[in-house]
Each structure stands twice: as C-alpha cells, then as structure tokens.
Ligand binder design. Structure first.
Ligand SMILES: Nc1ncnc2c1ncn2[C@@H]1O[C@H](COP(=O)(O)OP(=O)(O)OP(=O)(O)O)[C@@H](O)[C@H]1O
Length: 619
C-alpha cells in the first residue's frame, strides 16, 4: 500500500530551521521556510534556481544530489552557500528525496555552521561558567554556612570572632568584633585583614604578615594562642587583645582560620595599676617600717627630752647657738661627753627648723656592724646581697626633706665615711645593687664624744668629712662643769621619773642636793637621771633618799664615810630591790639575786624578811 503523496506546502510547514523543497528536474525552489529566507537573505525564494546560491559549486552539488538520490538521503559541509547579499556561509546541507505527484524533489535542510559553533561556544561557556561559579560558591558557602549556621552564637558571643580564608582575606566578622574594632563587616569582608587591623606592633614597629601567628595558623596548620598584642581600630587607636587562632578545614582541605579575641585593654590597665600600686605599697611599707622604728625612738626620746634644762652660761650658750643655726640648713657638729645632751640638742635643732614636719632620722653609727653600715646608710635593692630579700631605703633616703642625725659619726668605718661624704656632697644616693641615683635634700647634724683631732691624726676619721660636718660646732659641757644646773635638772628629772612611776614627788633636801652637786658625774645627765629614778623608787616617806654608788667616784666615797646606819640600811634595801628587779624576783639558782649579790640564798631570804620587802617592791 502506497501512502498519500505530500503536498509541497505540507513539507515545509512541519520543517525546522532553513528548509527548502527543490524540483530536481529543473533546479527550481518549490517552497522555503521563513528561516531559509532569513539565512539566504531572500524573501522570495520560490521559483528561483537553487544553483544561484552555490555559484561555482555546481559539480559538488550534482555529486551531492546523486548521493541523495542513490542513498535516499545524505549530508555535506563541502558546499559553501552564498547568500543573496553576497555573504559566504559555511553550512551543512542535509538532503532527502521526496516523491511528489509528478516528479521527485529534494528536501534540503541548511544549517549555518558559524551559528552552530557560536551556540556550541555559548554552551561550553555556560557549562564552564556554571562549573566555576559552583567552585567559587563552594569556598564562599563554606564560610557563609559556618557563619549562618552559627549566626546566633557568633553575634551573641562577647568575644570578637572573625574568619580568614587561606589567602588571608576576611570571610566573616561577628558583631562583637565590629564593635571592638570600629570596622564594619563591609570594610573588612574580602579584604586582607592583617593590613587593616594587625599591621603594627604597639611600639610602632611594622608587623609583617608572615610573622603573624594568625597567618601561621593556616600556613603551619597550628593553633596559636597569643596573650598580649594589639589590634588597630578604624579610628587609629590600638586595643590590647588576647586571641586564639585556629586553622579550619573543609573536609580534609585547609580552608583558613578562625580568630577569637578579647579586648584586654581594661584588664591590662587594671593589672598595670595594680602592679604599680603593689610596688608603691611595698615601698611605702618599707618606708613605714623605717619611719615607725624612727617614731618609736622619737617617742622615747621625746619622753625624756621635754626641754633642755639649765641656766648655766654653757647651757645658755648652747640654746643661743641652737636658735642661731636651726633656721639655716648648715650642717652641725655637736661634741661632748656621753650623756651631756647631744641627742637632745640635735632634736631641738630639728624641731626649731623648717624641716620639723619631716622626719629626724637618728642613726646610731656605732650600733650597726661594719658590714651592714653601708646598707643601713644607703639602702639596698632586693638581691644586692644574700640577706637583701626586698628593696629597702637607707637612712639618707629616709631623711629626705628632713634631718639626718649621725650619732657618733666617728664610729663609721673609713671606707663608708668616703661614700657618705660623696653622697652628701653630691646630694644623690644610690642604693646598694641599684644603678639609679636618688636625689637627696637633707640637713646633717652629727655628734661625737671622741677627740676628733686625735682621731683624724690616727687615720680613723677623714679630715674632709669633719670639715664638711663641722660647719657649725656646738659643744655640750659635762655636768661637773656646770653644777649650778644640778638642782634644776634634778627637780626636772625627778618630776619625770615620778610621773612615769605614778608616785608622789618627794622633797629634795638641801643636804641631798649638796651631795649631788659634789659628785663627779662621769655619766653626766644620763647618770643623774638614773640616780634620781632609782632614788624615787627607793625613797620612803616624803624625802628623796639618794643612792649614789660609793665606788663611783672619790666624791661619793667621802659621802659614804658620813653615812649613818640608817643610810647603810637604806642603801642595802635599795640594792636588794634593784637586784630582785633585775632577776625578776628570782632569789636562788643561776642568775638569781643571791648569786648576783654574792651571798647564800638562805641569807638573802632572811634579809628580805628582815627588811620587810614584798614582791610589789620590785615588780
Ligand atoms: N640639759 C638637759 N636637760 C634635760 N635633760 C637632759 C639635758 N641634757 C641631757 N638630758 C637627758 O640626759 C639623757 C642623755 O642625753 P642625750 O642622750 O641627749 O646625751 P648624749 O650626749 O647624746 O649621750 P650619748 O653620747 O651617750 O648618746 C637624756 O635622757 C636627756 O633627756
């Protein structure tokens, strides 16, 4: 059964692209699709010869048609087409034989190869583009997924958190980081973050990115914790930070690093203040300990040194000289025998001076071993020597702004005398083991009970130090050379002693006063004070009964020859009480009163009974 013969129009109606129906008997185009008209630039193709569009290619066309007739269909790309406007077209011709009512025709589909290539290129590009986009998106989405999945946590976190990819470019920045740094995520995303926030050290040195621990995190795949560095804010100010930089991986591939940081500026500042405060407290504590010792001493001195008592010409002269020198800053050298009141004069000079609100540092030069005197005078820093467990200011430093009283300065070893002179002359002191010299503003009052001329000649005292100290000399006269002062002094000292002892002040008879004035007083006022106190303790009744030790001086011996039995009894009583006081009431055994008095304990016990002494007498 043969099918119905198709009409020409029906052949092109269902065709795609540029399609022609060509009558093989006369080469005329029977029908054409609109696309064929567009391709061949001819809108009236019907009736025209197809061979007009293949000029010079007729042979090729005949071969192709033959092949189509022979096989029923064929294709070729070897026949170039020339459009009506003359443009050459690279085409593929696809032919098929169709049988019409009276003849055979060629159904020819023409494909423009240039257009086909362009489409293929576009397709390839689209494929490539699509692939590239995917890669790019993959890298990007890793971080943004990380960010999105953890958005709430990231933004709620108090720590600054940001991510960098393996090129050092910022991939996300959380809210806290933006607030701390002043940079917005728009400023930072996709940017080299090191050059934005981490470019310099605090001291102004450039911070190369290759040295940055954050970059090293992904270069060497290590977690880095840094405790004190700075990040730079957008406004150019640094913030102190501690941070942890952790490499992160997508699958097994290193993707970059996540940095978590904290602003420790305030904490650091507080720690710095605390450190400074602790140092200051330690220094103050040292100073306080020193000043406390000084004050304790000053209180003791003050108790005894209510006033300089005496009306003798020598005391008047001392008072006048104190008044003269105290308002100046001149160094003073006080000389005199032990107990003549040198420390009292030094106190008076300080108390009358403009420096009275600052301390008077009383340094007893003979009370310190020679190896410690340097540290005592100049101070030391911790570790300057084995026992130097902490920094300690010396007496010179403590006296800064006040007065330094160098009591018995001739006791200072020769080497330290030189150092002392240098410090005092330069007005600067350096603690042992330290390199820093500290300014000094002090006035020096020195004392000596030695014959300085002889000491200098013997090479024990430096002449230049004596010259330096002896700007204004004050000589304290021994008590035996100013006996006129003894009544006043005795009364004064007795008042003080009785007040201290809480007893009524006894009367001093003229006889007693005469005795006191006759005595030689090798220990000067200190000895008088001791004798008076002892007498105040032992005196019974209203009258002061003085106990001047017979062996003390020839003057006393003469007093002793005149003693009555009652006097002897009194002395024995006083002596026994003094002895029991010293032993704390212990009578027998080693260190007991009997041993000290050179008698048998049984004898002493019977004497205590006989004298009617009780524990309250010596306690
Ligand atoms: N003129 C005075 N008036 C009142 N008390 C005095 C007088 N002179 C000395 N004293 C008292 O005598 C005691 C010894 O005085 P001070 O310590 O000043 O003597 P010193 O010369 O420094 O002794 P030393 O050289 O032994 O240290 C102190 O208790 C002091 O109060």
């Amino acid at each position: 059964m043969t099918g119905a013969v198709p009409s020409v129009d029906s052949l092109v109606a269902g065709a795609f692209g540029a399609t022609l129906v060509i009558d093989l008997s006369n080469d005329r185009i029977l029908a054409a699709t609109a696309a064929a008209g567009d391709l061949l630039r001819d809108s009236r193709l019907e009736g025209t010869r197809f061979s007009e569009f293949v000029p010079g290619q007729l042979g090729q066309l005949i071969v192709f048609v033959d092949e189509v007739l022979h096989r029923g269909g064929a294709w070729t790309r070897r026949i170039p087409i020339t459009a009506r406007n003359g443009s050459a077209l690279e085409c593929e011709l696809n032919g098929k034989v169709v049988t019409l009512e009276r003849s055979k025709a060629l159904l020819l589909q023409i494909t423009d190869l240039a257009e086909l290539d362009a489409r293929a290129e576009a397709a390839r590009a689209a494929k490539l583009y699509g692939g590239g986009l995917r890669e790019w998106q993959r890298a990007q989405s890793f971080f943004s997924e990380l960010e999105q999945q953890n958005q709430l946590i990231l933004n709620a976190a108090g720590e600054g958190i940001y991510g960098v990819n393996a090129d050092g470019k910022t991939t996300f920045v959380n809210r806290a980081a933006q607030e701390m740094l002043g940079w917005t995520s728009d400023d930072l995303l996709g940017q080299d973050i090191h050059s934005k926030i981490h470019h310099h050290h605090l001291n102004g040195d450039v911070y190369p990115s290759q040295e940055c621990p954050i970059y090293q995190s992904f270069r060497f795949e290590e977690v880095n914790r840094i405790e004190d560095e700075v990040f730079w804010r957008k406004d150019g100010k640094p913030i102190r930070v501690e941070y942890v930089s952790t490499p992160i991986y997508e699958g097994k591939v290193l993707a970059g690093a996540v940095v978590i940081f904290r602003d420790i500026t305030e904490r650091w500042e507080n720690e710095r203040k605390l450190r400074e405060a602790m140092e200051e407290v330690a220094a103050l504590r040292d100073k306080l300990e020193q000043e406390n010792a000084y004050l304790q001493e000053a209180i003791n001195i003050e108790r005894a040194h209510h006033d300089i008592i005496g009306r003798s010409p020598s005391i008047r002269q001392i008072l006048a000289r104190i008044e003269m020198v105290s308002r100046t800053n001149a160094n003073v050298l006080i000389s005199g025998e032990s107990g003549t009141g040198k420390a009292m004069v030094a106190s008076a000079i300080h108390a009358d001076s403009d420096r009275r609100r600052r301390p008077l540092i009383h340094f007893k030069c003979g009370s310190v071993t020679p190896d410690m005197i340097e540290s005592e005078l100049f101070g030391h820093v911790r570790g300057a020597f084995t026992a130097a467990l902490r920094d300690k200011p010396g007496k010179l430093e403590l006296a800064h702004g006040g007065t330094l009283f160098l009591d018995e300065f001739a006791e200072i070893p020769l080497e330290q005398q030189g150092m002392l002179l240098e410090a005092l002359q330069s007005g600067r002191v350096t603690r042992m083991g330290d390199t820093r010299a500290r300014e000094l503003d002090l006035r020096v009052v020195a004392s000596t009970s030695r014959n300085l001329e002889r000491e200098v000649q013997a090479g024990r005292v430096r002449q230049d130090l004596v010259f330096f100290l002896n700007i204004f000399p004050i000589q304290c006269t021994p008590l035996r050379e100013r006996v006129d002062d003894i009544p006043l002094l005795t009364a004064h000292l007795l008042r003080l002693a009785c007040k201290r002892l809480g007893i009524k002040v006894p009367v001093i008879t003229e006889g007693i006063m005469r005795d006191l004035q006759r005595y030689d007083w090798p220990g000067n006022v200190r000895e008088l004070a001791n004798v008076v106190e002892r007498a105040a303790i032992v005196s019974r009744g209203d009258k002061l009964q003085v106990d001047i030790r017979p062996a003390a001086s020839p003057a006393v011996r003469s007093v002793a020859t005149l003693m009555t039995e009652a006097d002897v009894e009194q002395i024995r009583t006083a002596n026994t009480i003094a002895c029991l006081r010293e032993t704390g009431g212990k009578v027998s055994g080693p260190g007991g009163a009997a041993e000290l008095l050179g008698m048998r304990p049984t004898t002493l016990y019977s004497r205590i009974r006989k004298l009617g002494l009780h524990a309250e007498d010596w306690n």
